[in-house]
Design a protein around this ligand. Structure first.
Ligand SMILES: Cc1cc2nc3c(=O)[nH]c(=O)nc-3n(C[C@H](O)[C@H](O)[C@H](O)COP(=O)(O)O)c2cc1C
Length: 243
């Protein structure tokens, strides 16, 4: 039974929540010219800013980039890095050809670019929970990015994460202080349609793993135990459960 105690969500609200998660996509194409209104952007950034963070350090900043010249310079960095990654495929001509067919960014076509950064000095140096695992600060920024991504999807706005950019170029173009690390470069915009599955899957690069292959029981078992969970297979085969 849900929706009875204070703070509980109703089944309908839960359904919407999972629908947003399962229909979120990394979007690199099909952007329209429609502008993202400030009110909508503020809701999305508020969602990002409400992410969990180690020791409540909130180590993120969001740099909003509309300027075309900055974007052209960032696209240049992308093109350079893309060529480098193609070279890494060396003699695998077939894979190279398939890589070249992939559209991996929407820097210029999207309405807005956002660089999400990490400030390890914020509320530091003593941050509860970050003294043993220093990466926990960056994990926190990633939580904010995921909130942003999901909130944008709830607003029917596509987001694409571009990691094929040299951080040195980003730091120079965006004038980041030396202590600030770029974590994500995101392209946001309304889209003509959201794809039903990841582009890398529809273009035969990789497929989503079966969930049971990544669940381990009690200790590392390589995902090789397949206990017969009640309803597990039913859930896996019922593709429409949340669509
Ligand atoms: C850290 C990170 C970096 C990524 N970098 C890129 C990128 O440079 N270019 C790109 O097209 N997609 C990039 N993606 C998107 C992934 O390719 C995408 O999430 C994955 O293929 C699954 O598709 P989906 O997000 O539509 O479910 C990145 C995603 C993450 C989480």
């Amino acid at each position: 039974m849900t929706g009875n105690r204070i703070g509980d969500f109703t089944e309908m609200e839960q359904e919407v929540f999972y629908k947003i998660i399962l229909s979120r996509r990394d979007v690199r194409r099909n952007f329209t010219r429609k502008k993202i209104r400030d009110k909508v952007l503020l809701r999305i950034l508020t969602a990002a800013h409400h992410a969990p963070s180690v020791g409540f350090s909130q180590p993120w900043n969001f740099i909003l980039i509309r300027d075309r010249n900055s974007r052209l310079s960032i696209k240049e960095s992308f093109s350079k890095e893309r060529l480098k990654s193609i070279e890494l495929l060396e003699k695998d001509e077939e894979k190279k050809r398939r890589y070249l067919d992939l559209k991996l960014e929407g820097i210029l076509e999207s309405n807005l670019n956002i660089c999400v950064t990490y400030d390890h000095k914020r509320f530091g140096p003593y941050v509860i929970g970050r003294m043993t695992i220093k990466e926990a600060g960056i994990y926190s920024v990633c939580c904010a990015i995921q909130n942003l991504w999901l909130a944008a999807r709830a607003e029917n706005i596509g987001v694409g994460w571009v990691s094929i950019i040299d951080n040195k170029d980003l730091k120079r173009i965006l004038k980041l202080p030396s202590t600030i690390k770029p974590i994500a470069y995101l392209c946001l915009g309304y889209v003509r349609k959201f794809e039903g599955e990841p582009d890398l899957q529809s273009q035969n690069w990789l497929n989503r793993l079966d969930l049971e292959k990544v669940i381990n029981y009690e200790q590392w078992d390589g995902g090789n135990s397949h206990p017969n969970w009640n309803g597990f297979n039913q859930q896996l085969t019922n593709k429409n459960a949340y669509s």
